[in-house]
Design a protein around this ligand. Structure first.
Ligand SMILES: [Fe+2]
Length: 296
């Protein structure tokens, strides 16, 4: 099995012809990981100091930047501590990564331009291996992204990652089988939402948007997969070592992934309606719909 599609791009503002963009779009939508091994995010001299966990407020595992600016025009950053000047520099570094990721995605997937929404950018300074969590939060187990408080209602999660480790340490992932193969095994074990459940969760503030039956099924697939250690060990999978200086792009709601080790990574999230895909039938919402007679 080969889940990787490698591109020799070495510029965050690449010029691709229509055929190259289409091939990249098709590979991404079919569930491959687009790997750009020659696309580093280079830190400026004054930014090198941020390769340290001391900038974290130790409450959240990531330092994140929201795309919306506050009243004085500064993007809102969460999870970091430092002086005003240091925080401005850190914000500048993360914002520059966000800008680069935007221009990269615009070049790779021009057909998404009109409907792609820029979401949060996150800087992850901690070592993956040291994180202790419940099995549901354990991202060293294969899963497709689905979040209890953040229903997507079928909107795609497109993510651009870059390993910025300064010590030569790879970001090690396991990449699993195609989404449809996993869903064929686990979807029959999922249940529909109870009447009023979505309304209640939304009105009590448990979910940020109304949880749809699609979200409910995706969360169950996420949890069933993580709870099944036999699946975790024996399901088809490949280990991928993303070396420092490597950028990679995936639909994280589709690609089964597990982050095994690594430290210092930047990540940009984008949202895209499933209907804006070049091949909408590849979206998890349509894969699940086609497997189930009931409508989501
Ligand atoms: Fe994930």
């Amino acid at each position: 099995m080969n889940s990787l599609y490698t591109l020799s791009i070495n510029d965050w503002h690449p010029s691709l012809d229509a055929q190259q963009s289409l091939a990249a779009t098709q590979a991404l939508e079919s569930g491959q990981v687009l790997v750009l091994p020659q696309l580093p995010f280079v830190l400026a001299a004054h930014e090198q100091k941020f390769l340290d966990t001391r900038w974290s407020d130790q409450k959240s595992k990531n330092i994140s930047l929201r795309p919306q600016a506050n009243a004085v025009g500064t993007p809102f950053m969460k999870g970091a501590i430092g002086t005003e000047l240091e925080l401005a520099e850190l914000r500048g570094m993360i914002q520059r990564y966000a800008d680069n990721a935007c221009s990269l995605v615009a070049a790779l997937f021009p057909s998404y331009a009109k409907q792609l929404k820029v979401a949060n950018t996150s800087y992850r300074p901690f070592e993956v291996e040291n994180r202790v969590s419940s099995y549901r939060k354990d991202d060293t187990r294969l899963h497709a992204d689905a979040f209890p408080s953040n229903p997507t209602q079928g909107t795609r999660l497109l993510r651009v990652f870059c390993n910025i480790n300064p010590y030569g340490k790879p970001r090690v992932w396991r990449v699993g089988e195609p989404f449809a193969d996993m869903a064929a095994k686990y979807l029959p074990q999922t249940r529909a939402m109870l009447p009023l459940q979505a309304w209640l969760m939304h009105n009590l503030g448990i979910t940020k948007k109304r949880r749809t039956d699609y979200d409910h099924r995706m969360l169950q697939l996420h949890d069933l997969l993580k709870a099944d250690m036999d699946y975790q060990r024996h399901a088809p999978q490949q280990q991928v070592d993303f070396m420092p200086g490597t950028t990679w792009v995936v639909y994280s709601d589709q690609v089964l992934h597990a982050a095994m080790s690594g430290q210092f990574m930047l990540e940009q999230t984008f949202h895209l309606p499933a209907e804006a895909l070049y091949q909408p039938h590849t979206a998890p919402i349509h894969v699940l719909k086609s497997m189930q007679q009931s409508s989501f």
